[in-house]
Design a protein around this ligand. Structure first.
Ligand code: UDP
Ligand code: MG
Length: 327
């Protein structure tokens, strides 16, 4: 019998947790006796009552583990914490707002039983409003990073313990989770799902967070942005050379007056714009290099609520996180 641990990052999801558990419990029944299901909640500094609810649930059930983080670190670090604390034969990662349907798990499990080590929920359709934005992002990303699997997926996936083991060795700080999954998997099987609307509340990641994630995806899986800087520099230099030659020729060989101020100013403004854009792109790289060299942990654990299961936390975790208080 295989043991599946469902890893759920939580940031202020008190209204979604009861529904989430009810739907996961249904799946658990459906999978029995071929698989057992337990839940690992990563509480990413919630302040809406989720912390108390998760602690209550932990004390009333024996299939729930909770890692309470010290404060809010973000979705990516919460997933990284799930990777470090995972225990089982296979892990299912999913968001807690029920945008990822728990009902896809049995099909994913079947694919695993048939030999797939990485099974992802491919978002073939969406109920969200910003569809065009998402589709453009995936289109561009798969164009510039051909090493990534051309599958439109986010968090929702089932990973064999061997894949998790490989992801644990990837220590980068700016993490694009689907990219890391692709990097650590020899092959990916995709199950089609419809991406639903968030059940309760508004997006916790938000548009700003999504834009940051998109930048991380491009910068960590493609060198195109920094190459663009050189290409833009080249284009601007060529344009300056051509217009310079034209101006000098007009001055030397004709009696025409060179029309002045407006064209000079617009050329200057254009040039400064390009320079600032290039500085911005290089700045993004420098900020990320700084993040990496700081060697600050991605997250800090406040406490871990274990089940009475016989295994203990992996040793790797204790070297990564400065302080763990077990109760
Ligand atoms: N989340 C988290 N930390 C954060 C933001 C979000 O753990 O700082 C969790 C959140 O509770 C949810 C999942 O990550 O379970 C995805 O968040 P959200 O639904 O806001 O992302 P979106 O679907 O809008 O991209
Ligand atoms: Mg969501």
């Amino acid at each position: 019998m295989a043991h599946i641990e469902v890893i759920l990052p939580i940031f202020n999801e008190v209204k979604n947790i009861p529904n989430l558990i009810a739907r996961l419990d249904q799946v658990k029944k459906e999978l029995s006796p071929s698989a057992t299901l337990s839940y690992l909640f990563i509480n990413d500094g919630s302040s809406d009552g989720s912390t108390e609810l998760l602690s209550q649930l932990h004390s009333s059930r024996n299939d729930i583990r909770v890692v309470h983080l010290l404060h809010n670190f973000g979705h990516g670090p919460a997933l990284a914490c799930g990777v470090s604390h995972f225990r089982g034969d296979l892990a299912v990662f999913m968001d807690a707002d029920l945008q990822d349907p728990p009902e896809a798990i049995p099909e994913m499990f079947l694919a695993w039983k048939n030999g797939s080590k990485t099974v992802v929920a491919e978002r073939v359709s969406r109920s969200e409003s910003n569809k065009v934005l998402f589709n453009t992002f995936y289109y561009l990303l798969h164009k510039v990073a051909p090493q990534l699997p051309p599958v439109n997926f986010g968090t929702h996936c089932l990973l064999d313990a061997s894949v998790i083991q490989r992801i644990k060795t990837l220590k980068e700080k700016n993490r694009y989770f689907p990219g890391l999954v692709g990097f650590a998997s020899p092959k990916i099987e995709a199950i089609p799902v419809h991406r639903l609307k968030r059940l309760e509340g508004n997006s916790r990641v938000g548009l700003k967070g999504l834009i940051q994630l998109a930048i991380t995806a491009f910068l960590s899986f493609s060198s195109l942005p920094v190459r663009m800087v050189s290409v833009m520099g080249l284009i601007a230099s060529l344009a300056a050379l051509i217009s310079g030659t034209a101006i000098v020729s007009i001055k030397l060989f004709t009696d025409l007056a060179i029309p002045g101020w407006a064209s000079t100013m617009s050329a200057l403004a254009f040039g400064s714009g390009i320079q600032l854009l290039c500085l911005g792109i290089i700045g993004e790289y420098i900020a990320r290099i700084y993040d990496e060299v700081k060697e600050r942990p991605l997250y800090l654990v406040e406490k871990v609520l274990e089940t009475s299961a016989p295994h203990s936390l992996s040793m790797e975790e204790s070297s990564f996180v400065p302080k763990i208080v077990r109760i």
